[in-house]
Structure formats: structure tokens, C-alpha cells
Design a protein around this ligand. Structure first.
Ligand code: CTP
Ligand code: CA
Length: 225
């Protein structure tokens, strides 16, 4: 009960979740990536499913198994993640937990780049599409609730409030990634939930418990009237 989107407070809702890193190719055998494990995004997908939603999980390469019952759309690049998210719409709620690469190599080489007399290659970068901002843009397909994350090293709440406004999303979950806080690769986090009205600080929670708490807040939002 509560699995496969059949029962629970989010029954009948479609949730879109992004997770993991993106891989941006340099050539056929090399890429730019980051250290995202996908643990938080996958845990959110599992919790939304548990709360009764139908869940589409658009994920970059991770070692995390997709929770049984979610629809996994595996992607590698930010451009592929953007296209997969747009193809998954309409959705009632979108949670962008992916660590999307901010930049891609502007012109990946079609062949393996060889060492040579020319010295190391210079990689020209291009900025990737902002998936959270795109999903947040007003339009007929905008999810009713769009949630993003913000990793900050100082003035966490103030920077996250500014990021929420800049991206146009409804909620931001902000965490402090300053040295010593063990956020990256760690299994628990202290998060601040920033909405248009308020900022509240959650206690230190495991990633699965953060998923459950977020799913609860989302369910309360949709069932408030
Ligand atoms: N995000 C996204 N697409 C991008 C970059 C970020 O969807 N191309 C989302 C992330 O999934 C996260 C939120 O935006 O939910 C914030 O990511 P973050 O890297 O903190 O924000 P940026 O706008 O990239 O700012 P910064 O310069 O601080 O990296
Ligand atoms: Ca970024």
C-alpha cells in the first residue's frame, strides 16, 4: 500500500524529479562531471512514490538503483536532461535535485583527442540550459509547484532567497556546503526550506528522511484547501 502511485496523499499527481550529475563530453571517451551521488534525488523520488504520486525520475549516471515503481529516464548531458524533462510534462510538481553541469564543452571532438606537438587542448565552454529556471517559467505547462536546491557556502538563507527569486521557482531547499559540514557525499544534511513567505530550518536528517519530509510538505501544499 502506498507504492506504485496507487494510494496516499499524492494519489493522482505526477511528480518529476531530476537527480545525479550530468556528463558533458569532451570527446568520445572523456567527459566533464561532478561528484553528485544521486542519493538525495533518488530518495525524493522514492518518497514521492511512497506518498502515492506517479514519479518520473530523470537522472544522470549514478550507482543508485532507481526505486521500484518510478519511471526512470536515464540521460547523460544537461541538454538531454532538459529535453527529457520537457517530454515528461505535464507534471503537478517538479523537484530539481540534479547537480547539472553549469558548462559543457562547446564543440566536443568527434574523435579521441590525441596528445601532440600542439600541447594540451584548450576547451572552450558554453553555458548549459538552466532546467530549474526553464521549468519555473510561466506557461501552460508550468508545474503547479517547482522545487529547487541551493548549495551555498556563506549567508545560506539570503543567497538561497535570492536564488529562488532569480530562478522563479516556488521553494528552495538550501544547504550549507562550507568546509567541515560534510554535505557532499555525506548521508545527512541540515536544510532550510525557503518559500515566498518564510524560511524554516529542518533538523539534521538522513537523505531518505529528507525525502519523506519534503514529500510530506508537498502533500500538505496540495491538500491544504
Ligand atoms: N539547476 C538546473 N539546471 C542547471 C543548473 C542548476 O536545473 N543548468 C538546478 C539544480 O538542480 C538546483 C538549482 O538549479 O536545483 C540550483 O543549482 P545551483 O548550482 O546551486 O545554482 P546555479 O544557478 O547554477 O548557481 P551557482 O553559480 O551557485 O552554481
Ligand atoms: Ca551550478
Amino acid at each position: 500500500i502506498g507504492r506504485f502511485g496507487t494510494q496516499g496523499p499524492l494519489k493522482g499527481r505526477h511528480a518529476l524529479v531530476t537527480s545525479g550529475p550530468t556528463h558533458e563530453p569532451i570527446d568520445p571517451v572523456r567527459y566533464i562531471a561532478n561528484r553528485s551521488s544521486g542519493k538525495q534525488g533518488h530518495a525524493i523520488a522514492a518518497a514521492l512514490l511512497q506518498a502515492g504520486a506517479r514519479v518520473t525520475l530523470v537522472s544522470g549516471p549514478t550507482h543508485e538503483p532507481a526505486p521500484a515503481g518510478v519511471t526512470l529516464v536515464p540521460i547523460e548531458t544537461a541538454a538531454e536532461m532538459m529535453a527529457a524533462c520537457q517530454a515528461a510534462l505535464p507534471a503537478d510538481v517538479a523537484v530539481c535535485a540534479a547537480a547539472v553541469a553549469d558548462w559543457r564543452v562547446a564543440t566536443p571532438s568527434g574523435q579521441k583527442i590525441k596528445k601532440g606537438a600542439g600541447g594540451p587542448p584548450a576547451l572552450a565552454l558554453a553555458e548549459n540550459p538552466d532546467i530549474l529556471a526553464t521549468l519555473s517559467a510561466v506557461g501552460p505547462n508550468r508545474p503547479a509547484l517547482v522545487v529547487g536546491f541551493a548549495a551555498e557556502t556563506e549567508d545560506v538563507v539570503a543567497h538561497a532567497q535570492a536564488k529562488r527569486a532569480r530562478k522563479g521557482c516556488d521553494w528552495i531547499l538550501a544547504n550549507d556546503v562550507s568546509p567541515g559540514t560534510q554535505a557532499f557525499g555525506g548521508d545527512s544534511n541540515i536544510l532550510h526550506l525557503i518559500t515566498a513567505e518564510a524560511a524554516s530550518t529542518w533538523p539534521r536528517l538522513s537523505k531518505p528522511d529528507i525525502g519523506t519530509r519534503l514529500a510530506g510538505a508537498i502533500a500538505a501544499h496540495f491538500n491544504k484547501d
